[in-house]
Design a protein around this ligand. Sequence first.
Ligand code: BEZ
Ligand code: FE
Length: 296
Amino acid sequence: MASSSSSTRKPYKGKLGQDFTTNVINSMGPGTSPRMREVMSVFIQHIHDFARETNLTVDEWMSAVQMINWAGQMSNDKRNEGQLMCDIIGLESLVDDITYQSAVESGNAATASAILGPFWRETPVRANGTSISSNTPADASPVFMHGKVTDATTGKPIANATVDLWQASTNGLYEQQDDNQAEHNLRGKFVTDSNGEYSLYCLRPTPYPIPNDGPSGKLLSLLDRHEWRPAHIHLIVLAEGYKGLTTQIFDQDSKYLNDDSVFAVKDDLTVAFTERKGDDQAKLEVEYNVKLAPVV
Ligand code: BEZ
Ligand code: FE
């Protein structure tokens, strides 16, 4: 995109001001749903104001269109470049928090949510106490992870909740990005027992860079930003009669907690990996308890 500082530009004084924008908004027909009308009216208003305010040129607009097209062309069932573009401008984190806040305002003190990210995929159920790592790398630290899923209102344990987890390997890649990892490596679904408890072995997560070989990487370099994410494990927790939770837990000792490339870190999602004694499978453990909000 051509660089030009705003101070060298004169403000737009052409004919396509607010009347033009109002006309575009009012072109929506009576068959538009109320929510579509609301969202698109605000979107058109903001994007017109943005173009006028920045004096956006045809070349700059076309560069952005080409990036969006490039994102579409790169996306497939293993890669979601459109979502990644939203992530690096903080949009997924923002809409995630807006969604979470409306649940909190309706009185539910559930566990905080965080973005899904582009690497979730359907995975089989595994037995509690088993490992999600099928070929543990030499530089990995195995961890025993366990916790309890409870009702955010009553504190009672929730049996038969599914805890779906996924994490990148120590080379920074999720299994679907890496031909050297077994199918479903480092991901699995666990079902809570009658005490609401789940347990498994995983790896201590490590920071990794988000994919930078597409338009998102190009945008990060144009913005002079790095592509690193702090060490984290993703979770989706679902139970009948409760609002589903999508979240991430972050290693409290990780680098990049304060400058996550996708702005997903929340204070109440950081966890401590502590020493575990007497277990040949893991020298570390982490406890993560989840509170789910009942559907009212
Ligand atoms: C992830 O944590 O898997 C992720 C989130 C946003 C963008 C890229 C990756
Ligand atoms: Fe991730």
